[in-house]
Structure formats: C-alpha cells, structure tokens
Design a protein. Structure first.
Length: 527
C-alpha cells in the first residue's frame, strides 16, 4: 500500500540491503533515458570495496552511446544506519581553525606592540611577554570556538565526505523513507544543501511504490579533477583475496620478543590498559552517546586541515622570533627607547634647526637654536622691595660688584633706572675633550643628559647647555664602553659615589627649569 506522503512512516521499515536492491531498477531506468547505454554494457555490483578502504553500497557501470565509460555509485541508508547521513560537528576541523585564528591574533597583536611600544614589551620580561601572547591567543581561540561553531562548513556528513574521496561520474544517496520523520527535519535540510552543493543526487525509497527523486546529480562533476580513480571489487572478492593472503601474513609474523622487551611489556601494558587508555577515552569521547558507531567508523574522514596547520606554524614562528628579539635586548637600549618615546614625535626639539613656530620649522643660518633663549633679568635692574632683592639670583653671568669699593657718588640709586648690563662673553664649550676628563679621574658616576647617534647633535646639545653657564661635556660612547656606538652628553664632572650623583641631579633639574632648557631627562649611570 502506497503512502500518502513521502515522509509518512510505514508499517515496517526497510533494511539497508532492501534499499540497495530496490534502488537498482530506478537507476537502470534513469540512465536508460538520460545517456542511452550501449546494449549489453550495463553492469551492476553491490557491496563494493576499494583497495583504499572506501565502501560503495552499489555501483552501476556501462558505456554510453559514444563509447565512453560511465560509472555511478550510490550509498543506501536505512533507519538503522541513519548516522551516516546526519551531520555532526567536525571537531578536528573546528579546533584547528580555532588554533590558527588564535595564533594569528597573538602574532598580529604582538607585532603591533613590537612596532609601537617596544620598550614596554621589554620591561614585561619573560613572564609578561608569555602571558600577553597566551592571553591574546586564548581570546582568539575561544572567540572563534563559541562564535563560529554553528558555521555550515563544520557540519560533517559521513556519506558526503566518503563520496569526496574518490572519483565517479555521478553519485547518489538513497534514503529509506523512514530515516527522517518530516520534510523540514534540520538533518534532512542540511543533507539536501550539501548534495546540491557537491552535485550529488538524492532519492527517497518507500516501503512500497515508486522511488521518488528529490535532487538530480550534477552532470559536470564539480570535483572530478580533484579526485582520483579507484579500483572497485565486491565484498566477496575482497574477503576472498584477504583469506588468500593469510599465508603471507603468517610468514611476516613478528618474532618472539627478547627478555628486555618482555620486561618492558610487563610494566607498560598494565599502565596503558588501566590508566592511560581509560583517560584517553574519557577526554576524547564523542559528543554522541557512548557505544555509537559515530565515534569510530563515521568519523574516519574527519581529518585535520593542512592549511590551518601551516598558518598556525607560521604565526607561531613569527611570534617566537619577535619575542626572542624583545627578551635579548640590552638594558641600555631599553633606556634609550624610553627616552625617545617621551619626546614629542620621537625627536629631540633641540636637534632641529631654526626657530619652531606652530610645528613648522623655518630654515635659519644652520645654527641649532632649538628652544628660544629666555634671557635672565640683569642684576642691576633693582627691584622695589629689599626683601625681593635679597632673593634675586644673579643670572646675567656678570661679575659680582663690590659695593663697598665703589665711591658713594657712583652708586646707583634704587629709584633710578637700571644701567645697561655688559654683554656676556661668548661661553666656551668645555666639552670638546670629554675622554681626557674621564681618564684623569677615578670617579665612576655620571649624570647623563642625553645620547645621540650623530656627533653633530651631541656637540650642539652640549653647546646649548654650556651657553647657559652650566658645565657640560660630551664624548664618544666608546670612551665608556669599547665597541659602543653613539655619543654621550653629561652634566658636570664625574662623581665619586652614586649618592652624590643623585643629589646633583636635583640641582641640575632646577637649573634647567630656571634657564628654560627643555627635555632635561637625567639619569645616573656608571662609567
């Protein structure tokens, strides 16, 4: 009795063998009208196995009217083995995608900080760098896992994946009508979508009545060039060939183990059987119910992806190289990078030529002017208050006048206008021979002002500081450390102790603020 609906459950269900045999007449009639096979060329075989281990429930082959060979295979599915046409999560594919995405995220974030904030990475040291890489990688891994696991590309169907392993002109999936309970079943909808995408035919085999075709197979063979031909044999022939090779297998039987191997097996096998193997099964168990074939046979084509492995390896290699470069940098280089980061635009404004007006540099005569000079108030510009006069510091560079040695008539009155001060003499830069100063003293602590890679910048910096009456020296870094590149500028003469140098730093800071010298970044360093 025929069913009123294609998905109405019959009184009794079909077995897989019945689906195989009932589907053969349908294929004969289908290809008779489609390709017009040559007479006596049609051959039908059931239960086919390839030498690679692929299984085809049925195979029909013939020669078309033009003499070309044609091969069609099909997969028969009953309610008992419905797992082979129901999708499941391709966990290996998903986990490798998660690992690749997490490592790529870690590599990109680490490369960004490596380029923009290298000194900060170097200060994190080993634990901080590893924590940064691991944290970003885990965020990317779990972000992809929870957001993208519902993506259609991770829906694995065993029958479709098996068809993708070998070449055939056309392929079919024959379903018993009781495999899916309704036409809107999500497993059936996904099966239909994948059959359409891969060009695979889909047909419904009822318990009684004609077979209903749901999807025609693609004539072009979308994946024909990517698959390889295989040699098919029936299951009976395969078992017969296997039994004939028993003698060869016996001849290759391994010899009895020696005493050392036997002792090792006595120790290893109990541990593996009682501890290692149960733990492996516990952590690798399938999300399906225990004992299901889905955990073994139906996941055999769920292989990991090679592209993801390459991407993950390259990202890990890049991150490792950058991390190694960060961890092996010297402390002096870190100090230089920190000093550069504190400057505006990474440049020392005193290294620029010409006066700076609103971020624009106006060319001058080539003299490094840097910050415009802020001339001090001359001493002989008397203040109205005696108290303020006592607190006034002589910043003009003139010699202190002896009021008692001058005649009373020549003394200027406090109410009179101040006389014009004498022009200060051109300061002499005392920093032209810094190496000789270091060689003449045993003091081992310097108050470093700056370091440059260009000699002219170091000389200009020392000249600017000396022009304010502050003792300043410059010399090649090689004077302090053989083989070191660059030029060093320091304030004052070397100090005998670190405490004295630290105390001098505070005085130099006040002097720099008083004279309006910018970027006075001091740090004490040993010779």
């Amino acid at each position: 009795m025929s069913s009123s609906s294609p998905f109405t459950p019959p009184a009794s269900h079909l077995t897989e063998d019945e689906v195989k045999r009932r589907f053969v007449p349908f294929l004969r009639e289908f290809y008779k009208n489609r390709y017009e096979p040559m007479p006596n060329s049609v051959a039908v075989e059931l239960d086919n196995v390839s030498r690679e281990g692929w299984v085809a429930d049925g195979k029909i082959s013939f020669r078309k009217s033009d003499g070309a060979a044609f091969v069609c295979t099909y997969e028969a599915t009953s309610r008992d083995n419905a797992e082979e046409v129901k999708y499941q999560l391709n966990t290996r594919y998903l986990l490798w995608d998660c690992a690749a995405f997490g490592l790529v995220c870690a590599a990109l974030v680490y490369a960004f900080f490596y380029q923009t904030n290298f000194a900060w990475l170097a200060e994190l040291r080993l634990a901080g760098n590893l924590g940064l890489i691991l944290g970003v990688g885990l965020i990317g891994f779990f972000g992809w896992y929870f957001i993208m696991q519902g993506w259609r590309k991770y829906r694995y169907i065993y029958a479709i994946q098996q068809f993708k392993q070998y070449f055939a002109d056309e392929q079919w999936v024959a379903l018993a009508e009781d495999v899916f309970p309704a036409p809107n079943d999500p497993y059936l909808l996904e099966l239909r979508n994948q059959c359409v995408y891969h060009g695979i035919g889909l047909a419904l085999v009822p318990f009684d009545g004609p077979i209903r075709k749901l999807i025609d197979p693609s004539r072009l063979g979308i994946f024909g060039k990517d698959r390889k031909m295989t040699e098919w044999v029936t299951r009976a022939e395969w078992y017969q060939a296997f039994s004939q090779n028993v003698g060869n297998m016996a001849a290759r039987r391994p010899k009895a183990p020696d005493a050392l191997t036997a002792l090792w097996n006595r120790i290893y096998r109990p541990i593996h059987y009682l501890i290692a193997d149960p733990l492996k099964r516990f952590f690798r168990r399938s999300p399906k119910k225990q004992g299901s074939e889905a955990a073994t046979a139906y996941t055999r084509f769920m292989s990991a992806q090679g592209v993801q492995k390459w991407i993950a390896s390259l990202a890990l290699l890049l991150t490792t190289l950058l991390c190694w470069n960060v961890l092996t940098i010297s402390d002096d280089r870190i100090a230089d990078l920190k000093e550069l980061q504190l400057r505006k635009n990474g440049k020392n404004p005193e290294d620029l030529y010409g006066p700076q007006i609103e971020e624009e540099i106006i060319p001058d005569d080539g003299e490094p002017t840097g910050v415009p000079k802020q001339y001090p108030i001359p001493k002989n510009r008397r203040l109205a208050s005696d108290e303020e006069e006592e607190n006034t510091i002589n910043l003009s560079g003139d010699e202190e006048e002896d009021d008692e040695s001058e005649p009373a008539a020549t003394k200027p009155s406090k109410t009179k206008s101040a006389t014009k001060p004498k022009a200060p003499a051109k300061p002499v830069v005392k920093s032209l021979d810094g190496c000789s100063i270091l060689q003449k003293t045993d003091a081992g602590w310097l108050v470093q002002d700056n370091a440059f890679q260009d000699k002219s910048f170091a000389e200009a910096r020392a000249r600017l500081i000396s022009s304010k009456g502050i003792e300043c020296y410059w010399a090649a870094q090689e004077c302090l450390m053989p083989g070191r590149q660059g030029w060093l500028v320091w304030i004052g003469k070397p100090h005998s102790s670190k405490t004295a140098a630290t105390t001098a730093v505070e005085n130099h800071k006040k002097a720099f603020q008083r004279y309006g010298i910018q970027n006075g970044k001091f740090w004490v360093r040993a010779r």
